[in-house]
Write a protein that binds this ligand. Structure first.
Ligand code: NI
Length: 167
């Protein structure tokens, strides 16, 4: 297993669209393991493949307090949504920024699990928001894309400054 570098906003590669997984083979299984390890090490509660520069429709999430409830979503699709959520979101690709963006409070999602088996999950609250956030990444969308242009520019400046300081 390996820790993968997480692309940092405003990296244009974060805006690429991921492709559906056609077979859960060894390479995909390894990617999922590496993504989970990377997410836990960050630490974070969700990671999409596009964030580690892998253009597959794969999301890993663990929002449990014990960090031992890994959820894997391959080719996820939201088939129902309702309500309006009220969570501040953060993102491993935009460290230190937390904002509210419009999300459904309750969703039904269909996906394949890490073994390639179909499943359906009803989620609400933080988990529902997290799934929507990570699925956006698969379509090349970062949560700050929902914010005003001015706010986006400020965040991009802040990120660049942080990186210069870190370098
Ligand atoms: Ni994110």
């Amino acid at each position: 297993m390996a820790l993968l570098p997480i692309l940092q906003y405003p990296d244009s590669r974060l805006h690429r669209v991921a492709l559906p997984v056609t077979a859960v083979d060894e390479a995909i299984s390894l990617l999922i393991k590496d993504m989970a390890e990377t997410m836990y090490a960050a630490p974070g509660i969700g990671l999409a493949a596009t964030q580690v520069d892998a253009l597959w429709r794969i999301v890993v999430i663990d929002n449990s307090a014990t960090h031992d409830q890994l959820r894997v979503f391959i080719n996820p699709e939201i088939v129902a949504r309702s309500g309006v959520s009220d969570f501040e979101e953060g993102c491993l690709s935009v460290p230190g920024i937390y904002e509210k963006v419009p999300r459904a409070d309750r969703i039904t999602v269909r996906a394949l699990d890490a073994q390639g088996q179909h499943f359906e999950l009803e989620a609400d609250g933080l988990l529902a928001v997290c799934i929507q956030h990570e699925m956006d990444h698969l379509d090349g969308k970062v949560f700050v894309d929902y914010l005003s242009r001015l706010k986006q520019q400020r965040i991009a400046e802040k990120m660049k400054k942080q990186r210069r300081r870190g370098a």
